[in-house]
Each structure stands twice: as structure tokens, then as C-alpha cells.
Design a protein around this ligand. Structure first.
Ligand code: PA5
Length: 445
């Protein structure tokens, strides 16, 4: 399966949305992206990395049966993709022995306390994930949960109760795994965190949740295999990247991911990180990027639609539809009120779809740029394909914009001040500077 992309936007632009120059650039930049698969665009090689799939499945297979639950610790690219896949796949059949998997993706003390109350070292495997092995949130979480395991089951409990996922060589988590002698899976060093869901980062917990991760990878592989610089815009992901860049040129500074599917809400969170962190960059004297905004249909027809329809013309909308809805005819209760006759006998999905179609037409008629993406059936292959689709769209948009979509230098400044405030040796001056800015109240002055 390959998600199908189609566009209404050519009509809005009063001619082709993608100019001849942009079409030529798309072919050129796609060729460059494919050549970079052995370098910074290593995410393109992940679905073909059979040894890492085998290692993940072997590690999952030997998790003792007593672990009926799994707690993932991680943040950003080490958590969002897993949560997106778990939510998207929730109604799918799960393999025998499937575990209950929970992702702790923040250091909010209330969420941490809640997870600690849920966590039982006797039946819960800990899967800390950090590519760098140095992330404050994840290491702090780790200290809390590892301490709980050690108190209950000693050092042997730590060895048996933890599977770490991290850089093969570097970082605190790798050192800890070596010291404990607990199993550890590798995050390929060349694959960026937000592009890593199809590595052991996502595959291990998703496999333990009982889903077919090989099918997920196969879905992604099909999207990557169809990339062809000779016919760039025939590929939905390339077309989507070119469309987005064309719309950015026309002033779309907000990118709305609007899924008519509750199961894709956290896919929107994953895409927000991918799109925001990859593309929000300085360029020349200015800056590029689009603010991601996730919406859910039809819920947000009663919330954000007014803004989309009549607010500033600064948005591009991607409306995502999903097929395979369960049949559910609406009973005829028109004896209670004549207004109910409109829905009587129709399927719930037909009513839902009419709402989506009506809104789409309204937006098109109002001159708002709407791109569409349809997923025929939201299974493992489709989830893998969606991840792959958005990774290509994002990376290629970065290339077309002339920035590096794989770095995130802007997030480092805040980390230095946080380490300074926490008292890390050598970072004292950042701590002092932070205290000067924050003042006695602890709030910015
Ligand atoms: O995309 C990225 O590299 C980041 O957003 C990371 O995913 C995030 O900061 C977490 O990093 P790590 O996996 O090293 O803990």
C-alpha cells in the first residue's frame, strides 16, 4: 500500500501549483536525497536493514513471560513514533503474548508519579530509549524506575528487567547497560532521532505490543522504492513536498495535519516534531519553516474550522482520510423528530464522510489550499508507509528550501542553561546567566 496523495490546489493557484522550475528542482533534490542515503539521509536505508529487525525480534522473543507490561521511557523522536504507531494500530489483531505497552514521554512530575504507581518491577519490563544516551528527561526517569527495580529485586532485577535502546557506543545509557549486563539494542548512529521510529527505537516496543513490525517496515520500503528522480512528481511524497514548498512561497506559514481519524491524533504529534524541528531553520538573512498544527475531523469542524475558513490566508491544509470503517447503519428514529430522517439508514461512515467532503469543498470554494491523503486501510503496512511518506516529504522539503533538515542546533541553547541551573560541572556560567535572566522570582524578567 502506498498512501495516495491528490491535490485540489492547482485550481486555487490559477494554474499549476508546482512551477516548471520547482518540478526540475524536485528531481534534482530527490537525486541528492537518494545519494545521501549513505550519509545524512540514512533513514532511507532503515527498512532494508534486516540485521536490526532480526536483533529486535530476537530481543523481544526472549523477554520473560512474567513481563506482561512494558514501560518505554523516552522523549521526542525516542517516543513520539512509538506512541503514534500504538494508537494507530490499536484496533488491529495482536499476536499471542502481546504486552500492554505504555510510553512515558515527559518529565511532568504528575505523569511520572502516575507511571510509577502503574509500574510493578515484578511484571513490567523497562525500555529506556535515548539515541544520545544523555537526555535529561530520560535519564531522570531512568533513575526513578531503576531504583524501584533495584529496591524490589536487586542487581539481578536490573539485569533482567531492562532492555535499553541507545547508541551502540556512546552515552550514559550505553555505559549503564554495559555495567548492568542488560540487553541493549542499537540506534543506528546516522539515523536522526525524529527519523528513527522504524529502527529498534519503535520496533521493539511495537513488536512487544503484538503488532507486525516486519509488515510496518515493508510498507515503508514500498514508499522508498518508488522514489524516482526521473519522474519525481509521480510519487505522492515528492509531490506533497513540492506542493508544501510552493504553498510556503505563497505565504503558508502554518501547516495543518487534519486527520479524519481519531487513531491518527498522535501521528499528528509525531509529524509536528518531524516538520517543526526539521524545517524551522535560519536561511540567509531570514528564516524558513511552517508551524505544524494538528487537527482531528470532524471534531475540529466545531473548533478550528472558522479560523481555517475565514482567518488569515497563512495555512496549508493536509486532510487525511482512512478507509475500512466498520459498517454501522444509523437506526431510523424519525418518529421522534423529522430531522433524524436525514441520517436514517445511512452508514455512520457515510455521514462522517459527507461532513469531511462538505468541509473540503467549503475550504476549496473559499480559496484555501487543501491537499489530500487517503489511507485505504490503517494496518501495519499503512502505518509504515505513512511514516515513510512524511519522512520523505519532510527531508525533501528541507532540501528544496535549501536548509539541513537533519540537524536541530536551536534546541541546544536551552539545554546549556538547564544544565547550568542543575549544577553540571563546567556549566556554571550558563547557570549564572540563567539566574540573572530569571531573577529572584524564577520567571523571565
Ligand atoms: O530528532 C531528534 O534528534 C530529537 O528530537 C530527539 O529525538 C530528542 O531530543 C530525544 O533525543 P534522545 O533520543 O537522544 O534522547
Amino acid at each position: 500500500m502506498n498512501p495516495t496523495s491528490f491535490t485540489f490546489s492547482d485550481r486555487l493557484a490559477g494554474g499549476p501549483l508546482v512551477s516548471d522550475a520547482l518540478r526540475a528542482a524536485a528531481g534534482r533534490e530527490l537525486a541528492r536525497l537518494l545519494a545521501d542515503a549513505t550519509g545524512p539521509a540514512a533513514f532511507l536505508e532503515v527498512p532494508g536493514d534486516a540485521p536490526s529487525l532480526d536483533a529486535t525480534l530476537r530481543a523481544a522473543a526472549v523477554v520473560p513471560a512474567r513481563f506482561t507490561k512494558v514501560l518505554v521511557l523516552g522523549i521526542g523522536g525516542s517516543a513520539l513514533g512509538t506512541q503514534a504507531a500504538l494508537d494507530a494500530l490499536r484496533p488491529m489483531p495482536r499476536a499471542a503474548g502481546a504486552r500492554e505497552v505504555r510510553v512515558l514521554a515527559n518529565l511532568d512530575p504528575v505523569s511520572v508519579a502516575d507511571a510509577l504507581a502503574w509500574f510493578d518491577p515484578a511484571d513490567t519490563l523497562l525500555n529506556p530509549i535515548t539515541k544520545s544516551g544523555t537526555t535529561v528527561e530520560t535519564l531522570t526517569q531512568f533513575a526513578l524506575f531503576a531504583d524501584r527495580i533495584r529496591a524490589a529485586r536487586g542487581d539481578a532485577g536490573l539485569r533482567e528487567g531492562i532492555v535499553a535502546t541507545t547508541d551502540p557506543e556512546r552515552g550514559a545509557l550505553r555505559r549503564i547497560a554495559r555495567k548492568l549486563g542488560c540487553p541493549a539494542l542499537d540506534v543506528p548512529p546516522r539515523v536522526g532521532g525524529r527519523f528513527s521510529v522504524l529502527t529498534p527505537v519503535g520496533l521493539f516496543p511495537i513488536a512487544l505490543a503484538g503488532y507486525d513490525v516486519a509488515a510496518m517496515r515493508a510498507g515503508a520500503a514500498r514508499v522508498f522504492a518508488a522514489l524516482d528522480p526521473a519522474a519525481p512528481l509521480d510519487h505522492p511524497s515528492v509531490r506533497a513536498a513540492a506542493d508544501q514548498v510552493a504553498l510556503m512561497d505563497r505565504g503558508a506559514v502554518v501547516r495543518v495535519f487534519w486527520a479524519y481519524c481519531d487513531r491518527l491524533a498522535s501521528m499528528g504529534d509525531w509529524l509536528s516534531q518531524l516538520w517543526g524541528e526539521s524545517l524551522g531553520k535560519p536561511r540567509g538573512d531570514g528564516a524558513v519553516g511552517q508551524t505544524p498544527l494538528r487537527a482531528i475531523g470532524s471534531t475540529d469542524q466545531h473548533s478550528l474550522l472558522q479560523l481555517f475558513m475565514e482567518g488569515p490566508r497563512d495555512k496549508s491544509l493536509t486532510i487525511v482520510t482512512v478507509g475500512g470503517a466498520p459498517a454501522m447503519p444509523v437506526p431510523d428514529l424519525s418518529d421522534l423528530d423529522a430531522d433524524l430522517a436525514e441520517f436514517a439508514g445511512k452508514d455512520v461512515s457515510a455521514v462522517f464522510d459527507a461532513l469531511r467532503a462538505g468541509t473540503t469543498v467549503g475550504l476549496v470554494e473559499a480559496g484555501r489550499p487543501v491537499l489530500g491523503l487517503h489511507v485505504p486501510a490503517l494496518d501495519e503496512a499503512a502505518v509504515g508507509a505513512l511514516f515513510a511518506h512524511f519522512m520523505v516529504e519532510t527531508a525533501l522539503a528541507g532540501y528544496l528550501l535549501g536548509i539541513d533538515p537533519f540537524d536541530q542546533p536551536g534546541v541546544e541553547a536551552g539545554k546549556k542553561f538547564a544544565h547550568g541551573l542543575l549544577g553540571r560541572p563546567g556549566m556554571e556560567s550558563f547557570g549564572d546567566q540563567a539566574r540573572r535572566v530569571l531573577g529572584a522570582t524564577g520567571e523571565p524578567r
